[in-house]
Design a protein around this ligand. Structure first.
Ligand SMILES: Cc1cc2nc3c(=O)[nH]c(=O)nc-3n(C[C@H](O)[C@H](O)[C@H](O)COP(=O)(O)OP(=O)(O)OC[C@H]3O[C@@H](n4cnc5c(N)ncnc54)[C@H](O)[C@@H]3O)c2cc1C
Length: 426
């Protein structure tokens, strides 16, 4: 007797991962059913319209790919490119703002490593050890750590280079420059993006969520107030149906633990809870600019007099971020365990204190909007690699058994929305 897989796809979680998975299912001629615990879609992504301008609660942009461009055109959404003003990126170096936080000697050391050394990490190396060995410790502390901190929000010594840069490091025995050149070349042959760099939308990232939701409403179903955390029950409730889990990482661990069959895989791969990072952001509107120069923002190294990981100059990155051009918008980003304990009032005070280290201004904030995310992102370290091997095996076994389960989220193939959506559309 042959078992038939249903035409339906059950998707648990209605954040961007779940919405992209639903869109992908529709392209495959299937009917997605999203089960979302709350009463809104988008998860972390949400744009709030304030009296001064837009506030993004999480992602403020994404990079393009071929499947993403196709998706935008299908859901009737036009991306807007970043402004030329955002080309310059600044670093906090020796208590000053600088575009290049390195001496000539540091640059020479970096170039030597990037051109001549095989950049394969050894088994025991964390990101800090690996980068210091290949590119030198000044490059690592003054450039890589702030740059990575602004994106992954984790210290380098907790991260694994293979986990953070899987695409760059997967081929063996070559220098970094050689590998980057090959990746760029392959991308160039296969696809030329409409816009290079980050894009957003009129109305912010919420437009992406709203357009996807509208498209999915037409071709599938969205069920709100449906918290699903028991995989055994889910498999009973939806037999012979593909299940896609698009939950945040802490719920993912919970749902796998709930099911004796998948728990065997967790035990086999010795997966323990993946550490996570808490993040707080403050979007601050004011009449003064932090710097005279325009740019993307400033990245701060750890152990400097400034506690923030970075600050983004929102109105230099995308157009129409404030209600009038005399108002400026900054987003300050903080991460780490300490942030968990801070009240929003204390985080707003931190911004004012950090800001004073750069610019002594008399202009008060017109408005400050603080957002705290506990366990926002996984730490891209060795535990996450183990978890992914385990998830790959569960996907393989359930596919073989014709009861497929897939996992989509920022813990699967990198942090950016492009990686998440590309994975969902594969
Ligand atoms: C401050 C910040 C800035 C960022 N900036 C960028 C950026 O500029 N560019 C970029 O590419 N990425 C950025 N990111 C990362 C990006 O926003 C996230 O990786 C992405 O939004 C995660 O989406 P998700 O759908 O996987 O998870 P989530 O957004 O967490 O969605 C999960 C969904 O599952 C639902 N859910 C939870 N439990 C259950 C349950 N038991 N049953 C059913 N549903 C459930 C939740 O309600 C939620 O809707 C940023 C993140 C943060 C925090």
């Amino acid at each position: 007797m042959t078992t038939r897989i249903s035409n339906k796809v059950i998707i648990i979680g209605g954040g961007i991962s779940g919405l992209a998975a639903a869109y992908g299912a529709i392209q495959d001629g299937k009917k997605p059913i999203i089960c979302e615990a709350s009463y809104r879609l988008g998860g972390m992504i949400q744009t709030i319209q304030t009296d001064f301008g837009l506030v993004e609660r999480a992602a403020n942009g994404l990079l393009l790919s071929k499947p993403l461009e196709r998706m935008f055109s299908k859901i009737g959404l036009s991306p807007i490119p970043h402004l030329k003003d955002s080309k310059k990126r600044f670093f906090w170096y020796k208590d000053k703002v600088s575009q290049l936080p390195l001496s000539f000697l540091d640059i020479g050391r970096f170039l030597f490593g990037a051109i001549f050394l095989n950049c394969q990490p050894t088994e025991r190396e964390d990101m800090k050890d690996w980068s210091s060995r290949i590119f030198g410790s000044n490059f690592t502390n003054q450039f890589l750590e702030p740059a990575i901190g602004g994106v992954y929000a984790s210290p380098l010594n907790l991260m694994d280079p293979n986990c953070a840069f899987p695409e760059i490091l997967k081929s063996s025995n070559r220098s970094l420059l050689n590998r980057l050149f090959r990746i760029r070349w392959n991308r160039k042959i296969n696809y030329k993006p409409q816009y290079v760099g980050s894009v957003s939308f009129e109305g912010g990232m919420q437009s992406l969520i709203d357009h996807l939701a509208l498209y999915i409403h037409k071709h599938g179903e969205i069920r709100f107030g449906q918290s699903k955390l028991n995989l055994t029950n889910l498999r009973k409730e939806f037999p012979q149906t593909e299940i896609i889990i698009s939950l945040p990482i802490q719920s993912l661990y919970h749902i796998l633990q709930s099911d004796p069959w998948s728990k065997v895989f967790l035990d086999e791969y010795k997966v323990t809870k993946v550490p996570t990072t808490s993040i707080a952001t403050v979007t601050r509107f004011s009449k003064d600019r932090l710097l005279k120069k325009k740019g993307f923002g400033i990245l701060f190294p750890r152990n400097s007099n400034i506690l923030a990981n970075g600050v983004l100059f929102n109105d230099h990155i995308f157009p129409n971020r404030t209600i009038d051009p005399s108002i400026h918008s900054e987003t300050w980003i903080y991460s780490g365990d300490a942030i968990r304990e801070f009240t929003t009032h204390q985080i707003n005070d931190l911004v004012e204190k950090d800001r004073k280290c750069i610019h002594n201004s008399n202009f008060p904030a017109l408005g400050s909007f603080c957002q705290k995310w506990e366990n926002a992102l996984p730490v891209y370290g060795k535990e996450l690699i183990k978890l992914n091997s385990c998830l790959n095996n569960i996907e393989l076994e359930t596919k073989r058994a014709k009861r497929p389960i897939r996992f989509i989220g920022n813990y699967r193939s990198g942090i950016g929305l492009r990686s998440i959506i590309d994975l969902a559309l594969k």
